[in-house]
Write a protein that binds this ligand. Structure first.
Ligand code: FAD
Length: 402
């Protein structure tokens, strides 16, 4: 594979860098330095996303007809790498990355007109209503009901682990519209206004939250919620097809840019820290070997991402390969953050999850601050978007044919 950029690609890289210099302002940088979850305050996400949208860069994977930039795979790669390397905010995925491709493929013309522009402009904020208390890995066991009442559906039930639901204007939900022998056949894909009477969002407070300063997950309750019929996406009782299609986009992320940035940070820490016999940690044989091993694995991840990126056109789903990217990407997120807390050694201990609000100076060097919460927060990545065990089952069937 020839990885040298052409003159035109280098010009594009410079344009991306200029955009970052001009738009990634001090307040956004400070918020990104503090976040351990990847999320920052909603108004800051909106500010960043509107700046991307104004440049036509919010949705690199959308086809041009819907407002995508029409980039080549190499441009997409350059964009991802530059954004990750600078540590810019994520584009909150629920609207642009997850729902939009489903609407493009299964939605009516009216739904495309109504929802896609507001997603692109970050005017309407979405969340994902898939999981339920009794339906996570076994998602098709979901129980939330949507009864046909003529001109509307009447929805009852609840969704759990709903990320960022407290900020959402709308939720896309999988609901049961028929009782069938094969449980995935009676499911439909419904768009629900979070301001509808009968919708209630309860926060789920996790142990790391006080120190993270950001509450992430919720349970959402639906009590006799009326949803207009036109909010059904795709065919009635065929929502499972939409659900699976969306998951491929949810899982098919690029991880290597962010991983490389975190690894650079670990390397800097290892230069500053001493091992038990007084030498720089980076000189320690065992630590240096782990660092090198992780770097090699990240390079392999990057090559895989490039390969996948270059073989798919804009707007196309990557299929079961998304499970491979999700598994490897999240395993590496966990190993890099583990390496970071190993590098700071006992400075991990003053992590203060339960005593937020104290005004004491954090103990230890500045670079140790926040690494323990990030390490703990990354435990989530092998669970959400379908656990890694489930991804291995998918790969075994769909890729290896077992
Ligand atoms: C931080 C976070 C954010 C989330 N955000 C959202 C969101 O916004 N919207 C949403 O809908 N959901 C969200 N989720 C839910 C997430 O998708 C589920 O947690 C996930 O699918 C696992 O389901 P579960 O928690 O019910 O675990 P379970 O399904 O009960 O699984 C428990 C364990 O058993 C293993 N297991 C289960 N079945 C099998 C099997 N067949 N083979 C091998 N191992 C198996 C699992 O891998 C896991 O280790 C989020 C989760 C987290 C942690």
């Amino acid at each position: 594979m020839d990885l040298k950029f052409s003159a035109e690609e280098l010009r594009f890289r410079d344009e991306v860098r200029r955009f970052i210099d001009d738009n990634f302002d001090t307040e956004l940088r400070a918020a990104m330095a503090r976040t351990r979850t990847g999320y920052i305050d909603k108004h800051l996400h909106v500010r960043w996303q509107k700046r991307l949208a104004a440049k036509g860069w919010l949705a690199p994977n959308w086809p041009v007809e819907y407002g995508g930039p029409g980039w080549t795979p190499v441009q997409k790669y350059i964009f991802e790498q530059e954004m990750s390397s600078a540590g810019t905010p994520i584009v909150v995925p629920f609207g642009p990355k997850m729902l939009a491709p489903v609407i493009m493929k299964f939605g009516t013309e009216a739904q495309k007109k109504k929802y896609l522009p507001d997603i692109l402009e970050s005017n309407v904020w979405w969340c994902q209503g898939y999981s339920e208390p009794g339906a996570g890995s076994d998602l098709a066991s979901l129980q939330m009901r949507a009864e046909d009442k003529g001109d509307h559906f009447l929805c009852n039930g609840s969704k759990i682990w709903t990320s960022e639901a407290q900020f959402a204007d709308m939720i896309f939900c999988l609901v049961r519209t028929a009782k069938t022998e094969r449980k995935w056949e009676g499911i439909s894909f419904l768009l629900i206004d979070m301001k509808s009477p009968g919708v209630k969002v309860d926060p789920i407070i996790t142990i790391d939250e006080p120190s993270l300063g950001h509450q992430e997950v919720n349970q959402v309750f639906f009590d006799d919620v009326k949803v207009p019929k036109e909010n059904l996406v795709g065919e009635l009782n065929k929502g499972w097809t939409c659900a699976k299609y969306l998951l491929e986009f949810e899982r098919g992320n690029a991880y290597s840019g962010g991983l490389k940035r975190w690894l650079r940070q670990v390397r800097e820490i290892a230069r500053a820290e001493r091992s038990s016999d007084g030498m720089a940690l980076i000189e320690d044989h065992d630590f240096a070997q782990r660092l090198a091993q992780t770097e090699i694995e990240i390079m392999a991840m990057e090559m895989t991402e490039l390969r996948v990126l270059s073989s798919f056109a804009a707007g196309q789903n990557v299929g079961a390969v998304s499970s491979l990217l999700k598994c490897r990407g999240t395993e590496l997120q966990q190993s890099v953050t583990e390496l970071a807390v190993d590098a700071i050694g006992h400075y991990m201990a003053p992590f203060r999850p339960l005593v937020s609000g104290v005004n004491e100076e954090p103990l230890g060097p500045d670079y140790a601050d926040g690494l323990a919460p990030r390490y703990l927060n990354m435990r989530k990545t092998s669970i959400y978007a379908g656990s890694n065990e489930i991804q291995r089952n998918i790969m075994a069937k769909a890729i290896l044919g077992l």
